[in-house]
Design a protein around this ligand. Structure first.
Ligand SMILES: N[C@@H](CCC(=O)N[C@@H](CS)C(=O)NCC(=O)O)C(=O)O
Length: 228
């Protein structure tokens, strides 16, 4: 059975959404990142990048949420746009846009807003600005289209949902009003039975919630290792 290494964070949750939508049987293996389990040799053999999610599907190991979504969609033939070069160009562009823009800027925005030991206004504003700019681009597109690639619900919508669901954490509570079209998509996906099951997956395991020294050491390794 497909092994799915997960935590309750946004990137694994997108993959949980695909697995639930496609009704693929899977074994969910929790990796508690606040306890440092991502750095254990057994997990590094699956994902040398020490992050979640990852999957092992028989002989095939895939890490990075975007790579996993594409792998699973191509393997099952589900949640892809129609077959044309135009549609494939759009699929790849928007997947990479989420992978290289939405994800990293949202993650850094959360970090500098909530976890950095000092409040560096420049960093808080830079990452919030870029996260907001990326969500704005998506919102404009969803003002014209039902889903990110048109009329079909695809892996790009799942990819967007992973981080957009957490806009209040990324940008602050008041920010939903800026993205009404994106909110429509997020609410629709979160209300789907598969969306509900994906969100609930984190409650199957008692993940550590405290952000104590052990958690900071595991998640923010630069705090104990100076390289610059
Ligand atoms: N590009 C990767 C990013 C993965 C990532 O940053 N995962 C976070 C959870 S959302 C994680 O595992 N953090 C633990 C850590 O940084 O030690 C993906 O999309 O899968």
């Amino acid at each position: 059975m497909l092994k799915f290494y997960y935590s309750g964070a946004p990137n694994p949750t997108k993959v949980a959404l695909f697995l639930e939508e496609a009704e693929l049987p899977y074994e969910a293996i929790p990796i508690d990142t606040r306890k440092g389990e991502q750095h254990k040799p057994e997990y590094l053999a699956v994902n040398p990048n020490a992050k979640l999610p990852a999957i092992v599907d028989g002989e095939v190991t895939v890490f990075d949420s975007n790579a996993i979504l594409l792998y699973l969609a191509e393997k099952t033939g589900k949640f892809l746009p129609e077959k044309s070069d135009k549609a494939r160009g759009e699929l790849l562009s928007w997947l990479m846009f989420v992978a290289t823009g939405v994800g990293p800027y949202s993650g850094q925005s959360v970090h500098f807003r909530n976890f950095a030991p000092e409040k560096i206004e420049y960093a808080v504003n830079r990452y919030a600005f870029e996260a907001q700019r990326h969500f704005g681009i998506i919102d404009t597109r969803l003002g014209k289209l039902k889903y990110m690639l048109g009329d079909l619900y695809t892996i790009v919508d799942m990819d967007v949902w992973g981080w957009a669901r957490l806009i209040p954490t990324v940008l602050g509570d008041a920010h939903w009003v800026k993205f009404p079209n994106l909110k429509r998509l997020v609410d629709e996906i979160s209300a789907r039975p598969a969306g509900q099951r994906a969100i609930a997956l984190k409650d199957r395991h008692k993940f550590k919630t405290e952000m104590d020294d052990e958690a900071r050491k595991a998640l923010f390794r630069h705090m104990s290792e100076k390289v610059a």
